[in-house]
Design a protein around this ligand. Structure first.
Ligand SMILES: Nc1ncnc2c1ncn2[C@@H]1O[C@H](COP(=O)(O)OP(=O)(O)OP(=O)(O)O)[C@@H](O)[C@H]1O
Length: 312
């Protein structure tokens, strides 16, 4: 379990993380979502003791990272997949890491097999594709068989096969009862990978809860209906108190679920060609909730001005 309480980080005048409190539970994949610059990496670095908070606190299984006796046995992390000596083989990289962190060598072949790198264990990691490097990074994170795992943007730049593999692997880790915390700005990916979400914008917490609730709260659920007698159906729906809007050759209905619409159509003997609930996407939900917190727009100063004022 990861618990952040009032976590705050200032870099000079930049408030990277702003009074952030959240909990990441065991046995679930929790997505850490926010636009570029929202403060995800800074938060992850503070969890791992690589950066110290300006104020507030973050604990892993009740302890600060710095107080963990053998940190890699408690928490594993993939922050930068390319952090490997290019002339070292995958096995040699893990051997070096195991020796440096006093973890048993016997675990090396186990983790290489777990991530599917057994066959290329003696090849130089410098020649690895991004997908293979990610796998090696995950193998390193798993070396200490930790209960808590952190992944920073693990699917960035991966092909669909690599993305699918990471997604399944994370589910497997969570099913084993581990805490899996994974950051991403890829909203559609998180919708398929995570069960829970911690959503931040400009360093502040925007949402913590399930993916399903996030979408349901932030977007209006509608039902798309097609019928050869659309006008007649529309009149009955309005009379029954539903909201309708024209969607080309279909109607978008709000305020009534698909069961009620189907029943209404049946009692009026109206033929339906389509009746499909439209669940809002994470993208819609995110934009709706973070509309004014998005920081990734380029903000260029007006010509001839600086922060201090007009230039000479
Ligand atoms: N070492 C640093 N010194 C100064 N400012 C920093 C430093 N690290 C991060 N920041 C600033 O803190 C804010 C949050 O950055 P951070 O990298 O944590 O965001 P992020 O959500 O991980 O973004 P991305 O998805 O782009 O990696 C940004 O405004 C960034 O410029």
């Amino acid at each position: 379990m990861i618990e952040a309480t009032g976590l705050t980080k200032h870099y000079g005048r930049t408030v990277a993380v702003d009074n952030l409190s959240f909990t990441v539970g065991e046995g679930r994949v929790t997505g850490f979502l926010g636009p570029n610059g929202a403060g995800k990496s800074t938060t992850m670095r503070m969890i791992l003791g690589l950066d110290s908070p300006t104020s507030g606190d973050v604990r892993i299984d009740g302890q600060h990272y710095r107080d963990l006796h053998q940190p890699l046995r408690t928490v594993g992390a993939l922050l930068d997949a390319k952090w490997v000596h290019p002339n070292r083989s995958a096995r040699a990289h893990l051997r070096w890491l195991a020796a440096a962190t006093k973890l048993p060598r016997s675990r090396i072949d186990q983790v290489l097999d777990l991530v599917g790198l057994g066959a290329v264990a003696n090849k130089n990691a410098g020649g690895f594709s991004l997908g293979m490097s990610q796998r090696l990074g995950i193998a390193a994170a798993l070396l200490g068989d930790p209960r808590v795992l952190l992944f920073d943007e693990p699917v960035n730049g991966l092909d669909p096969e690599g993305i699918l593999w990471i997604r399944k692997f994370m589910h497997q880790l969570a099913d084993e009862g581990r805490t899996v915390f994974v950051s991403s700005h890829l909203l559609s990916e998180m919708a398929q990978t995570a069960q829970d979400l911690v959503v931040i914008g400009r360093g502040k917490l925007i949402y913590q809860g399930t993916v399903d609730e996030f979408i349901a709260n932030a977007t209006e659920s509608t039902v798309l209906v097609r019928s050869p007698t659309l006008e007649k159906l529309g009149e009955h729906l309005l009379a029954a108190g539903a909201g309708i809007s024209d969607d080309g050759d279909a109607l978008r209905v709000s305020g009534m679920d698909s069961a009620a619409i189907g029943e209404l159509a049946a009692t009026r003997q109206i033929v339906l060609h389509e009746l499909s609930p439209q669940v809002g996407s994470l993208e819609q939900a995110f934009i709706h909730l973070t509309g004014d917190t998005v920081e990734y727009r380029t903000e260029e100063p007006a010509l001839g001005t600086t922060e201090e004022g007009p230039t000479a």
